[in-house]
Design a protein around this ligand. Structure first.
Ligand SMILES: Nc1ncnc2c1ncn2[C@@H]1O[C@H](COP(=O)(O)OP(=O)(O)OP(=O)(O)O)[C@@H](O)[C@H]1O
Length: 729
């Protein structure tokens, strides 16, 4: 680099700091740094979603993103611990608060079968059974996780034995390669087969199914002419796919609907939300007109006392804040011009952006980054509109004083239908599900859940809570929308969208709130899945947890590859499709650590996220940390919660949490942690490789912690059977 370049670069860095504080202010607002002692840490409930009765009394979340510049981003290197003898146990540290459990969608084994499914023991059929299996060949079943975690000595297999899950079928041009379905025929033969036969058979089968290399190559079972159509609402996209109807593959493990077959493949059956099941059965779409304002919080309906909010369901008339695709004026501008909403309002979507102003400095050096020129323009445009509306809100206590006039562009209702129920709630409002009937113009692939009749969207209503909250509110919605939108519309360099990132489609404004439209995940979140597994004490089968972990890590890797760290990974922000496709959602606290104009990664400081999932460095006063490494720690906590059914500790601070202190002491003294040493898996190789990986994740010194990339290359993840086959795996 020449001196001139350096000066320019320096100039650019300064400019970047200025331009971000001006133009990206919503995304780069310094996070609230913690006080002088860990006692300032905000305690968050286990479930930080709406369903928590404490929701409204909770302290506000620290959702701002820090973009403080630090020249020394900590380097990342893999650190492997030698495993030695077991250490004495620690008391079970974590009591699940589960405040939202009662309102959470519960999971069971399976959803109902649907029309158009393959007969004879298709997964659709097996999903509809609750206590066993049905089919024509095998006579074996297995139902307990304990019996499957028997420490047999086989090893697991590579991605050869994967099956493609339904959701990817709709996006067959995506980042995933469909492999085959698993149409397994199993006989519910518990009563017919002697127990000892079952157990010795299963032991062998389990060993075969999880051995390297797989002793039963799936291709041997993969006959032409045996393909069939699995249960999936979108039959059109299935026809082109090879489907496996291997009737002689036996299910050797079954736990809460999760099934592992002797060829090493597996199948998830995450129960769909009751709401969706009901809608699929009904011939019409019920209208859910009640908003939170009209819903009495008391058990008794005092209709006379509760004022009916005039705008309670005006989302159907909401208009998009996004520029039209052809670049013409936005709905927002038309609307505001029509009614002279704000004389001072400027539409700056066409004004000169900081990018143009500083073209000589702002060279794109990192084309992979999610935040580039287009996003900068969108941020400018959106934050200006949101600010203007919020100013008006301050004066009138209404985002829009007049009813939203119908414009030429499609309204919310035309594009997304109407609300049919509530699926959750967050800090700023409810998450509703909207549905509209399918029309002839709706052709696959669809970007959201759908069935034969309807297309579903998740719609998050966002409304400021108090007048003092406006800055935080603006940050939250701009950050959430821009990051989600840019990640889910990532078409730069011809790349495909990531299958594990929730798609964000639109942001609209109604007379009472802002509305974010997203892909709908009909099986709800991981939190609901865990609390619904009361029989298995909230634990997932390790093979199921491994598959989810791999998908989670792939999603996080995608974010990191594009300059974004999630910073609030937790079960509530991990959503599912019924066949196990995992989607990461809620980018409201995500951090942009590298934009298109930067080569280096920015560290940050302050507390972000939810306590049990936060990395220890977040609690160190004033310490700058790499946000990618806090994501890695959170993934580890999520994983352990999936296999243990409870948290390891409430907070990763030695002063505040005895359990975390015990962990640190054990690791310092004997370089082992009893909980990890005792974790069971289906075989010893997987147990060992997973344990090593967990030690690499739970390094309290961030410098020693493994990165997401390296974690994906560990023996554990390499030998984890995942439902999705990724292009680059
Ligand atoms: N696309 C979706 N499909 C299905 N359910 C969803 C979807 N989005 C959100 N939910 C449900 O709503 C809950 C709250 O959503 P989300 O976490 O996005 O809200 P939030 O306002 O960001 O919450 P908070 O800020 O408190 O974390 C989720 O935990 C999930 O159960």
């Amino acid at each position: 680099m020449t001196a001139q370049d350096e000066r320019e670069h320096q100039g650019f860095t300064d400019t970047r700091a200025r331009s971000f504080s001006e133009s990206f202010k919503c995304l780069f607002k310094p996070s609230r740094s913690r006080g002088t002692s860990p006692s300032n840490v905000t305690r968050l409930p286990y479930r930080s979603s709406s369903s928590s009765p404490k929701r409204h009394s909770e302290p506000p979340r620290r959702s701002t993103i820090s973009a403080q510049l630090d020249s020394k981003a900590p380097s990342i290197r893999q650190h492997t611990r030698t495993l030695r003898r077991c250490s004495p146990g620690i008391p079970n540290p974590f009591k699940r608060a589960g405040s939202g459990a009662s309102n959470s969608p519960t999971r069971g084994r399976s959803g109902p079968n649907k029309k158009g499914e393959a007969k004879d023991g298709s997964p659709g059929n097996s999903r509809s059974t609750s206590n066993g299996f049905r089919g024509t060949q095998g006579l074996y079943s297995r139902s307990s996780s304990n019996s499957s975690c028997d420490g047999s000595n086989g090893t697991t297999t590579s991605s050869e034995s994967h099956w493609a899950m339904d959701s990817l079928l709709d996006q067959s041009d995506n980042d995933v390669i469909p492999y085959r379905g698993s149409n397994k025929d199993i006989v519910n033969g518990r009563d017919k087969v002697p127990d000892d036969f079952i157990s010795s058979y299963e032991k062998d089968a389990l060993q075969r199914a999880t051995s390297y290399p797989n002793s039963l190559p799936p291709k041997q079972l993969y006959h032409e002419g045996l393909y069939t159509i699995r249960s999936h609402p979108d039959n059109e996209s299935l026809k082109s796919l090879p489907r496996f109807a291997g009737s002689d593959v036996t299910c050797i493990i079954e736990q809460d609907g999760f099934k592992v077959y002797e060829d090493g493949s597996h199948e998830h059956n995450v129960k769909v939300l009751e709401l969706v099941t009901r809608l699929e059965k009904s011939d019409y779409l019920p209208v859910h007109r009640q908003g939170s304002l009209s819903k009495p919080k008391l058990g008794i309906a005092l209709s006379g006392l509760f004022k009916h909010h005039k705008d309670e369901c005006d989302i159907e008339n909401a208009l998009s804040l996004l520029p039209n695709e052809d670049g013409s004026e936005t709905n927002y501008k038309k609307q505001s011009t029509d009614r002279s909403f704000d004389k001072n309002e400027k539409d700056d979507s066409n004004s000169i952006s900081p990018t143009q102003n500083r073209k000589e400095y702002l060279k794109i050096v990192n084309p992979e980054a999610s935040l580039g020129d287009d996003e900068l323009k969108l941020i400018n445009s959106l934050s200006s509109k949101i600010h203007t509306s919020l100013q008006h809100y301050l004066q009138e206590k209404n985002l829009k004083p007049e009813a939203c006039a119908r414009q030429e562009a499609p309204t919310f209702q035309e594009s997304y239908g109407h609300p049919v129920g509530i699926v959750g709630a967050g800090a700023y409002g409810e998450v509703k599900v909207c549905a509209r009937s399918r029309t002839e113009s709706d052709v696959p692939p669809f970007q959201t859940y759908h069935d034969d009749k309807y297309i579903y969207y998740a719609v998050k209503e966002l409304k400021p809570r108090t007048d003092n909250d406006l800055e935080r509110f603006c940050t939250k919605i701009t950050s959430e929308f821009i990051i989600g939108h840019s990640l889910s519309h990532y078409h730069k360099n011809g790349q495909k969208p990531a299958p594990n990132i929730l798609s964000v489609f639109d942001i609209l404004e109604s007379s009472s709130s802002f509305i974010e439209v997203m892909e709908f995940c009909p099986a709800g979140d991981l939190y609901g899945m865990l609390v619904g597994k009361s029989k298995s004490k909230g634990q997932l089968h390790p093979l199921e947890a491994d598959c989810f972990m791999k998908q989670l890590l792939r999603g996080v890797k995608f974010m990191h590859d594009h300059g974004i760290a999630h910073c609030d990974l937790k079960p509530e922000n991990i959503l599912f499709y019924p066949h196990g496709l995992l989607k990461i959602c809620d980018f409201g606290t995500s951090s942009v650590f590298q934009t298109a104009w930067e080569r280096r990664v920015h560290t940050q400081r302050g507390i972000i996220g939810s306590e049990p999932y936060m990395a220890p460095e977040e609690f160190v006063n004033g310490e700058y940390y790499d946000p990618r490494l806090i994501d890695c720690w959170s993934c580890g906590v999520v994983y352990v919660s999936m296999v243990l059914g409870h948290h390891l500790w409430k907070v990763a601070s030695r002063e505040k949490d005895m359990s975390f202190d015990t962990f640190c002491k054990e690791m310092t003294r004997i370089k082992q942690f009893k909980v990890f040493e005792e974790l069971k898996h289906v075989n010893s190789e997987l147990a060992t490789s997973r344990k090593i990986a967990l030690y690499c994740i739970f390094q309290w010194e961030p410098k020693k912690r493994i990165s997401i990339d390296k974690l994906l290359s560990t023996q554990w993840m390499k030998h984890t059977n995942c439902c999705l086959i990724y292009e680059s795996s």
